[in-house]
Design a protein around this ligand. Structure first.
Ligand SMILES: NC(=O)c1ccc[n+]([C@@H]2O[C@H](COP(=O)([O-])OP(=O)(O)OC[C@H]3O[C@@H](n4cnc5c(N)ncnc54)[C@H](O)[C@@H]3O)[C@@H](O)[C@H]2O)c1
Ligand SMILES: [Zn+2]
Length: 387
């Protein structure tokens, strides 16, 4: 008798990704949230809120407003536990122990898989709370209310979460499609100038990969964005969000099973620089440097012409980004970022490059001597010299 047996069957699941743009979703007249929070067959929808302390400090009435909102819809909603204020920023993601109180609160609130974990904050908070929600009961419905330009233009729209571990960005995490993402414009005015510009490097990135007209509109308005022109900024954030959203739902690889990860253009060095600077360099600012570095490399390799290259460098500078950081001179350490990037994705090293605005392609090896020259060129540029 043969004891070796084998059975195989392919199956697939469908997901629904929802993205809303609102002006003040905690106003009890706004039904975006209440319509998303459908109650189970019997009883009310249990909601647990986590708020970024940066949001709370700048919007101190937020807890009262949440309470009022729940009261208005009390026939269908209930607060399952105290509204938690979480000290956020990258340090939140840097220590797995920070997950414990979050998981404890979710447990204490006796949430079920039809309850809602609602996070209001920047990318670091959304990544952390999203991870907690994904682990609890193997996945509780999770709503992300994004409050930074970076979260609205990019990170909240992703179908993944995570925290940093073993000195690597996002080492622990899962792929999980949120129940919904809400980009609420009313939070953005209170961002610091540094956090305000942060999201626009991701907008430049996705424009360079996918949309030439969008790139030139962004480039033309870069200085106005830096000076916080809200109308132009919102348009750019929305278009960036749409392009990220479209990549996830229509790009064919939402859970990144393949080795190419186009949306991580400029990110191999960005992630490494964040870690090398002890996360002093913020993600969006590191991405601006990472883009400038790979674009300089593409220009030196003869892939990207001088005119678009110069335009992109000016655009990033006009947005207010520095395109060099002293940590970049530790090249050996920086170049480990290439290996770590490959290790993360598996398979061959695959780095996205562009040969024109809106036109990307993959490369599988990097000439380190030319990359080193590219770093030097950015240093010269930062010293106001032209190479
Ligand atoms: N999951 C993904 O797909 C994905 C994609 C890109 C980036 N990310 C991650 O996103 C993180 C960066 O996100 P970020 O740039 O939003 O930074 P952040 O979350 O650290 O927020 C920046 C600062 O702004 C404060 N803040 C948030 N909203 C505010 C508001 N409305 N007013 C005043 N202050 C406010 C926060 O408290 C924090 O101090 C990184 O960890 C990055 O790895 C994740
Ligand atoms: Zn990014």
């Amino acid at each position: 008798m043969n004891h070796h047996k084998y059975i195989e069957h392919e199956f697939s699941l469908s997901f629904k990704h929802r993205l809303f743009f609102t002006e003040d979703c905690l106003n009890s007249q706004d039904e975006t949230l209440s319509q998303l929070l459908s109650p189970p067959a019997s009883g009310k929808a249990k909601c647990l809120f986590f708020i970024d302390n940066g949001v709370h400090a700048n919007h101190p009435k937020i807890t009262n407003r949440i309470q009022q909102y729940i009261n208005k819809y009390s026939h269908q909603l209930t607060l399952a536990g105290p509204i938690e204020i979480v000290e956020s920023g990258e340090h939140l993601k840097n220590n797995p122990r920070h997950m414990e109180p979050i998981l404890q609160s979710i447990n204490d609130a006796k949430l079920c898989r039809q309850s809602y974990v609602i996070a209001i904050g920047g990318g670091a908070l959304l990544d952390t709370i999203g991870f907690g929600a994904a682990m609890s009961h193997r996945g509780i419905r999770h709503i992300r209310i994004a409050t930074t330009t970076l979260a609205q233009a990019d990170s909240a729209i992703g179908v993944k979460n995570g925290i940093n571990a073993f000195e690597k960005k996002n080492y622990l995490g899962t792929f999980a499609c949120p129940w919904a993402v809400i980009n609420d414009a009313s939070f953005l005015p209170t961002l610091s100038d540094e956090d305000w510009i942060s999201g626009f490097s991701e907008a430049v990135k996705v424009a360079l990969l996918k949309d030439k007209d969008f790139y030139y509109a962004l480039s033309k308005n870069a200085a106005l964005i830096q000076s916080r022109n809200a109308e132009i900024a919102h348009r750019v954030i929305s278009q960036s969000a749409y392009l990220h959203f479209d990549h996830i739902v229509a790009g064919g690889d939402p859970f990144e099973l393949m080795t190419a990860r186009p949306l991580d253009f400029g990110h191999w060095s960005a992630h490494k620089l964040e870690q090398m600077t002890n996360y002093e360099l913020k993600h969006g600012h590191a991405v601006a440097i990472g883009l400038a570095l790979d674009l300089t490399y593409a220009n030196k390799k003869g892939w990207l012409n001088n005119a678009p290259y110069q335009d992109i460098i000016s655009c990033l500078k006009n947005l207010g980004f520095n395109l060099y950081h002293p940590a970049m001179c530790r090249t050996n350490e920086l170049f480990n970022g290439l290996q770590e990037f490959q290790e993360h994705l598996g398979g061959n090293l695959t780095i996205s490059m562009i040969n024109d605005i809106g036109n990307s392609f993959d490369v599988h090896e990097i000439d380190l001597a030319i990359m080193e020259q590219s770093i030097k060129a950015l240093k010269l540029l930062a010293d106001h010299k032209v190479e």
